[in-house]
Design a protein around this ligand. Structure first.
Ligand code: HEM
Length: 467
């Protein structure tokens, strides 16, 4: 039997292995066999960070929880006592506050619920409506300069680390109009302080049982947050809107922008973007038996854009950078996928954690769910994965991030280079959907899943000119 501390620790080390082992325990008690969350739509209970948590890896249940406020009928959620469900079945603030409040503040749309959230989010949507289009030229310029000076024929490159450097340049340019070369001093300060903040934030998980280490990571993180707040508020107040597209509209005030820039330029946003860029480039350039870079190169521009969008959506589905999200349940409910069985009871006050990796590989929703099919999203009928969540709390940056990944992919293709890499380990191949899973061990061994997914070991690639 796991203790609460062991469960938190095991979850932090590998969510996939943790959830799978719980499902196996469950299947020993009940009929049916669960080998892995991947391909198995299911729910498992655990005690993590002193909370009673129900981890969901069914696509339909995840969708209904994310869209509970918007859908007319909820297929998979019912009330155990009456036919009527309340209007706010799930809240987000209580689920996230412990992890987020000290680091990103309470005045933050991510932590807000109900009416306050709706109004604030609408203002932010208007503020950022034209951001992807406004930012595209500068993102293209930065991507092109970085690729042509870094991906040089004959060079051997650590793909994730290299794309992480690019991701910092893209994010700090997009939200703070900072250039890594021109504003080197402040650029480096923000990057380093954001990394310190994240180390402090994640010291909440008992990664090390050493209380001294725990304390110092946390206090260093809090100091980094203070420094960032000072830098960001001064920087945003002084910015000229002509240079910074984020400031062109005045739907939210500058203090609100400075507060939110702490989140927009966070190390977690950087790691998520780096993860998505790495998975995308691996799929385009390194997939065994399918050279997508060569295929894209032969296509006329319009077809190429459609194919590339499908590749990006398939990458998001199989390899979401953020493995899942949390919600607090505000009334007793029953979750049920399909018509068989009694369903799974979740009591008021418990958490549901939506495990996107499992949900997006739900065989009852996606044909050949575990495998990467580059053309899966050429048809609009295919439901999307949850890389950017769904419903009211959909990621505010999703269109901007998608533009960035699309533009980087286009510029990589234009650079006339090929990437050659070692055969990838089994867990990395499963993460990308190049190989079906044989169990959770490979993922636990080869993939880091928190705070964002990425290969544990460097992905070395050798750059050469296109033949
Ligand atoms: C690859 C990069 C990113 C990924 C995978 C990602 C993913 C997500 C996810 C899954 C959520 C939903 C949280 C929940 O429902 O509990 C979210 C929310 C959010 N994201 Fe992102 N994000 C990324 C980058 C960004 C960037 C660059 C920004 C900057 C604008 C951003 C701003 C936000 C905000 C403000 C929310 C809260 C939205 C709300 O509560 O209504 N994200 N993101």
């Amino acid at each position: 039997m796991f203790t609460t501390l062991n469960q938190s620790l095991a979850f932090h080390q590998s969510p996939e292995a943790f959830i799978s082992s719980r499902l196996q325990e469950l299947s020993a008690k009940k009929s049916g066999s669960f080998l892995s969350t991947i391909g198995e739509a299911s729910i498992t209970e655990a005690s993590i960070l002193n909370r009673q948590v129900h981890i969901v890896s069914s696509y339909r249940i995840c969708r209904d929880i994310l869209k509970a406020d918007d859908l007319q009928t909820l297929e998979s959620i019912t009330s155990p006592s009456s036919n009527v469900l309340g209007s706010n079945i799930f809240s987000i603030g209580p689920a996230y506050r412990q992890l987020m409040k000290d680091w990103f503040g309470e005045q933050n749309i991510l932590l807000e619920d109900a009416q306050v959230h709706t109004q604030h989010k609408e203002a932010w949507k208007r503020q950022t409506a034209s951001l992807p289009a406004d930012l595209e030229p500068q993102i293209r310029r930065i991507a092109r300069e970085f690729i042509t000076s870094t991906f040089l024929p004959g060079k051997k490159i650590d793909l994730y680390e290299t794309l992480k450097t690019l991701a910092w340049r893209l994010l700090l340019s997009a939200f703070l109009a900072l250039d890594a070369d021109e504003n080197n001093d402040i650029f480096e300060k923000v990057e380093q302080a954001q990394e310190e903040l994240l180390r402090g934030q994640f010291s909440l998980f008992p990664v090390s049982i050493n209380a001294l280490f725990f304390q110092s990571a946390r206090s260093r993180g809090l100091r980094a947050r203070q420094l960032l707040q000072q830098i960001l508020s001064k920087h945003i107040q002084m910015q000229n809107p002509a240079r910074c597209p984020l400031l062109r509209r005045t739907e939210v005030d500058r203090d609100d922008i400075a507060n939110h820039c702490l989140l927009f330029t966070s190390s977690i946003a950087n790691k998520a973007l780096s993860s998505l860029l790495t998975a995308t480039m691996m799929n385009i350039f390194l997939m065994p038996n399918q050279n997508l870079a060569a295929l894209l190169a032969t296509q006329p521009e319009e077809t190429r854009a459609v194919t590339l969008r499908s590749i990006l959506l398939e990458t998001e589905r199989l390899s979401p950078p953020v493995v899942g999200v949390m919600r607090r349940v505000e009334e007793d409910i029953v979750l049920k996928d399909g018509t068989a069985g009694k369903g799974h009871m979740v009591s008021n006050g418990h958490d549901v954690w939506l495990y996107f990796v499992g949900a997006a590989r739900d065989e009852s929703v996606f044909k050949d769910a575990q495998k990467f099919h580059f053309d899966r999203f050429m048809s609009d009928a295919t439901p999307h994965g949850f890389a950017f969540a769904a419903g009211r709390k959909t990621c505010l940056g999703n269109d901007t991030v998608r533009m960035m990944v699309f533009v980087v992919a286009e510029e990589m293709l234009k650079a006339n280079i090929e990437l050659r890499g070692e055969p990838q380990s089994e867990g990395v191949q499963v993460w990308l959907g190049w190989k079906a899973t044989t169990g959770p061990q490979a993922i636990a061994k080869d993939l880091k899943q928190l705070p964002c997914q990425r290969p544990r070991l460097p992905v070395w690639v050798e750059v050469s000119e296109t033949r």
